[in-house]
Write a protein that binds this ligand. Structure first.
Ligand code: MSP
Length: 627
């Protein structure tokens, strides 16, 4: 069977952390497993470069959005390399071929009558890049996912006719269950959530944005950019128009999207509807995992407890980190990350169980058979009662259970050595014991390659195996073992090293007083506020900027003349502004906006065509300080 696995494409707002690494590692383990079973498998990951969040983040770093996105996308690619991620392609939504496909789909939706122009008003969370209804908001008009304040936005938008897809989606979900015996979204609890959402009735959603520009232009609607989620979701399909993934959107391909539980609605409702509208097949399945906390807390910069996968990979090895996250939580459940638990599992399961199995076996081979050759017995027969369920668990996207099954075999091997006691045996009996354990180690070494690709190859090399890992079974090795000298695969972390590591990994904010729980505090010191040079400014000239619908070029008198570009053209005509007094930020770093130099900023409230300029209650001379 041909398979196509994907992760979400990650926002380039910040560098990758444990949560992003988790999705990517899970998908990688599944992709490797299927490849090792001989299935033609492709694995895609990438970055989500567009949207208001990125535009703002770039501005905060004084960079152009693309420049900022390039830096973070590179950090993602570097991290995935360090974590031994074997993706076949890396897509970015700023890739021109992707942009072209998104516009191509848009044109089809429009032709099919699924997009139409209208007005939208609602609460927008820039962090989620999503509108919320009043009912969905947390107390104090905050985002239900991040707890951050949402923004009231009113804008002219192009709608996507999602309401027309309720019945089709319902019967699609029913069809997947009937045909495969598995729900479209796993685990079932996430399917139930989505199903309830769809059953409650679907509303058309805003598919374009007009109050910023960092996105793919909507064909035929100047001033509109395509809503970032439509742009992003399309990556899964647009990548299959490339050489490496060609044909992987065909009907026979098992297409599986992996993701965290918070974004299933987009993938299970919007995305299939978008595909149906374009006459394209929907994905086969969605697998949703839970969220990681760290020592019981939500990961946050304020707490200083954001787990950097690069650092852990450097300190304990990428494969040990992969093993830990894959083994620690059953996929689908929320999990808690603790550095202490990482070290405990490392020592018990990697250094002891697996490391020792190989180490002591090879040690005995060299002790009793000085040429390092263990002859294959005439008639081989497995003395082991092996678990044998690992593959079934992987088929069901349950890596933690698969690892449990493999480790049960590892323990079986260790118990067998203890029970047979090769040190008490001699001749063919001893050779048989050693060959049997080597064979079990070979099976394990091969299978763990899906989870720990680099260590597995090292393990197999010590057994004298250079063939690429595959999903091996006991007894399918026809030769004598010619082993190498043992070398610790997972050197034990002793108490001193453990202390040193835990101190190094401790959250940075530990000495500071406990920060307030989320939502994060937005307060600033007065000294920060005082850094702003706010002045009364009088608008002495105003004109439109050619081809920029939202921008006006103003001259502001603050005792001296300043040229300013302001995004207020949808709310104010140039003539209406002459002579007005506004509050002006005089010490803002000059920047080019729409290609024109802007030396400051005037203050206004609201968005788009509903802007309201700041004003002064009494007459003040231009240049008067506002404080
Ligand atoms: N750009 C969108 C996805 C578009 S896909 C068409 C996005 N990006 S993201 O950068 O926020 O990354 C989302 C992925 O990171 C999800 O799989 C999400 O679950 C994962 N995680 C982010 N923080 C997480 C945890 N604390 N724990 C586990 N995974 C979480 O959403």
């Amino acid at each position: 069977m041909r398979r196509y696995l994907t992760t979400p494409i990650y926002y380039v707002s910040d560098v990758p952390h444990l949560g992003h690494a988790y999705t990517t590692i899970v998908a990688d383990a599944l992709a490797r497993f299927h490849r090792m079973r001989g299935e033609d498998t492709r694995y895609l990951t990438g970055t989500d470069d567009h949207g208001q969040k990125i535009e703002r983040m770039a501005a905060a770093h004084n960079q152009a959005p693309k420049q900022y996105a390039d830096g973070i996308a590179a950090a993602y690619q570097k991290t995935w390399q360090a974590l031994h991620i074997g993706n076949d392609d890396f897509i970015r939504t700023t890739d021109p071929d992707h942009e072209a496909v998104v516009q191509e789909l848009w044109v089809i939706w429009e032709k099919n009558g699924d997009v139409y122009l209208g007005d939208y008003e609602g609460w927008y969370c820039v962090n989620c890049e999503q509108y919320y209804t009043e009912k969905e908001l947390a107390e104090g008009n905050r985002c239900p996912v991040h707890g951050k304040p949402v923004e009231k936005v009113k804008e002219r938008t192009v709608f996507f006719r999602l309401s027309a897809y309720q019945k089709r989606l319902q019967s699609f979900y029913d069809g997947v269950l009937a045909k495969t015996g598995r729900p479209f979204i796993e685990p079932m609890i996430r399917m139930n959530e989505v199903r309830a959402f769809v059953d409650a009735g679907l509303h058309d959603f805003a598919a374009s944005r007009t109050n910023f520009t960092w996105g793919i232009p909507v064909p035929g609607h100047p001033g509109h950019v395509i809503y970032v989620w439509l742009d992003a979701l399309t990556n899964y399909y647009s990548a299959t128009r490339r050489q490496t993934l060609k044909g992987f959107w065909d009907d026979d391909v098992e297409i599986v999207h992996l993701m965290g539980k918070e974004i299933t609605r987009f993938h299970a409702v919007y995305w299939p509807a978008m595909l149906m509208s374009a006459g394209l097949r929907p994905p086969s399945r969605i697998v949703a995992h839970g969220w990681w906390t760290v020592d019981g807390e939500k990961m946050s910069k304020t707490l200083g407890n954001v787990v950097d996968p690069n650092r852990l990979a450097e300190d304990v090895g990428a494969d040990a980190f992969r093993y830990f996250v894959l083994r620690e939580v059953p996929l689908g459940a929320d999990g808690d990350f603790s550095h202490e638990a990482l070290i405990t599992r490392y020592n018990a399961e990697l250094a002891n169980d697996l490391g020792n199995l190989v180490n002591r076996t090879l040690g005995m081979v060299w002790k009793y058979l000085p040429d390092g050759i263990v002859k294959r017995p005439q008639a081989i027969q497995s003395p082991f009662k092996m678990d044998g369920k690992a593959a079934d668990h992987m088929e069901l996207a349950q890596p933690s259970r698969a690892l449990e099954a493999i480790w049960s075999d590892v323990r079986t091997g260790n118990a067998y050595i203890d029970q047979r006691g090769p040190w008490k045996q001699s001749g063919d009996d001893r050779i048989e014991t050693l060959w049997n354990v080597l064979e079990l180690s070979r099976v394990v070494g091969n299978r763990v390659a899906a989870f720990m690709p680099e260590r597995a190859v090292k393990l197999l090399a010590q057994l004298g195996i250079t063939k690429a890992p595959y999903w091996a079974d006991w007894g399918d090795y026809q030769e004598d073992y010619r082993v190498q000298r043992p070398e610790a695969l997972f050197p034990r972390i002793d108490e001193d090293k453990k202390k040193a590591l835990l101190a190094k990994w401790a959250p940075k904010a530990t000495n500071a007083p406990a920060p307030p729980p989320a939502p994060e505090s937005n307060t600033v010191e007065y000294s920060d506020f005082a850094k702003l040079d706010l002045r009364v400014g009088q608008i002495v000239s105003a004109e439109r900027i050619p081809k920029k619908d939202k921008l006006l070029k103003l001259t502001i008198d603050i005792g001296e003349k300043r040229q300013v570009v302001a995004g207020i053209a949808e709310s104010y005509t140039p003539e209406s502004l002459l002579g007005r007094k506004v509050i002006f930020v005089a010490n803002l770093k000059p920047a080019k906006i729409g290609g024109v130099l802007s030396e400051g900023m005037i203050l206004a409230a609201g968005e788009g065509s509903a802007l309201s300029l700041s004003a002064l209650d009494k007459d003040c001379a231009p240049g008067t300080r506002v404080k």
